[in-house]
Design a protein around this ligand. Structure first.
Ligand SMILES: O=C(O)CCC(=O)C(=O)O
Ligand SMILES: [Fe+2]
Length: 308
């Protein structure tokens, strides 16, 4: 595509010399747009296909069945409304044109262990809510979360190296990570959007790093470059990676957490599915110096769901 969102082939990441070169490229991307697309990442295509299939099948179930795993608040389990993402930056818009479903890496812990994950309400303190259908949903999501979190952890190691630290510099911030695996389902619609209404409104991600699967041929994701919106390429088999607010803060201002959005689609357009893994550190990891990482992320998430 362009130098703003480079495509980075990770297939040399197991070789020492390969890692040095990759860290260099990642560092450049994170200082420019905060976005890059990875290929050669090693996540099996069959797993991604299975993830796509069960997730799409879930969203096409009747609403009443999906509501059985609607736990709220925030996105844990199913939400008929994925919220109003632009509110995370205090901009008021009509609600996003999407449904969402989410689980958390911590959502399988017992109640007592989850209660210890911060002193404030947070989605990662809720138990995961798994739908009974389609068959294989839970096993597929758990496998995908484990495999893509491993990839994200390696990208964090390369990021540490790119910032001039030892690769394990951030490791202690992720040994109890509260990552969230989300599916955004942008449903087809018969009528046009309201003025200012997006599939996802303009926002920056709140966590450390996001690894995003997007349906190959649908498009719509854009990233801000100065005052101009650029399309992010949907590379078959690739993932879009972007850093969130926390990694930008940890970089001491050298890296950027950049605004992005998902454009609305016209009447008659097909649905679009995207699956971001928000790789989110331990709740008590450093935030912006005033609040912890957990407080930073929980405050932003809460804004998405405040009634306007
Ligand atoms: O659907 C997409 O392509 C991106 C969604 C997104 O930015 C998000 O969920 O944070
Ligand atoms: Fe995002």
């Amino acid at each position: 595509m362009n130098d703003y969102v480079p495509i980075i082939d990770l297939s040399s990441r197991d070789h020492p010399r390969g890692r040095a070169a990759l860290a260099e490229r990642i560092g450049r991307a994170c200082a420019t747009s905060g976005f890059y697309v990875v290929v050669g990442h090693g996540v099996p295509a069959a797993l991604v296909d299975r993830m796509h299939r069960v997730t799409n099948d879930f969203f096409t179930l009747p609403d009443a069945e999906k509501d059985l795993v609607a736990t709220g608040p925030g996105v844990s389990g199913f939400r008929r409304s994925g919220g109003t993402t632009a509110r995370s930056l205090d901009r008021d818009t009509p609600p996003d044109l999407c449904e969402a479903y989410a689980v958390h890496a911590t959502g399988e812990l017992d109640d007592r262990a989850r209660a210890r994950l911060g002193d404030h309400p947070a989605t990662w303190k809720l138990a995961n809510a798994w739908p009974a259908r389609p068959a294989g949903f839970r096993a597929t999501w758990q496998e995908y979360l484990a495999v893509v979190a491993d990839l994200a952890a390696d990208l964090v190691r390369l990021s540490a190296r790119a910032l001039g630290h030892p690769e394990d510099h951030f490791a202690g911030r992720f040994d109890r990570h509260v990552s969230s695996l989300v599916a955004n389902y942008y449903y087809p619609r018969a009528h046009p959007p309201l003025p200012g209404q997006m599939r996802r409104g303009a926002h920056t991600d709140f966590g450390a790093l996001t690894v995003l699967y997007q349906e190959n041929d649908r498009g719509g994701l854009q990233v801000l470059d100065g005052d101009r919106w650029r399309d992010v390429p949907a590379v078959p088999g690739g993932f879009v990676v972007n850093i969130g607010d926390l990694m930008a803060l940890w970089s001491g201002g050298r890296w950027v957490s950049t605004m992005h959005r998902v454009l609305p689609a016209g009447p008659g357009s097909p649905s679009r599915l995207s699956v971001p893994l928000f790789f989110q550190p331990n709740h008590d990891a450093p935030g912006d110096g005033r609040v912890t990482a957990g407080e930073w992320m929980a405050a932003k998430t809460a804004k998405l769901f405040t009634a306007g």
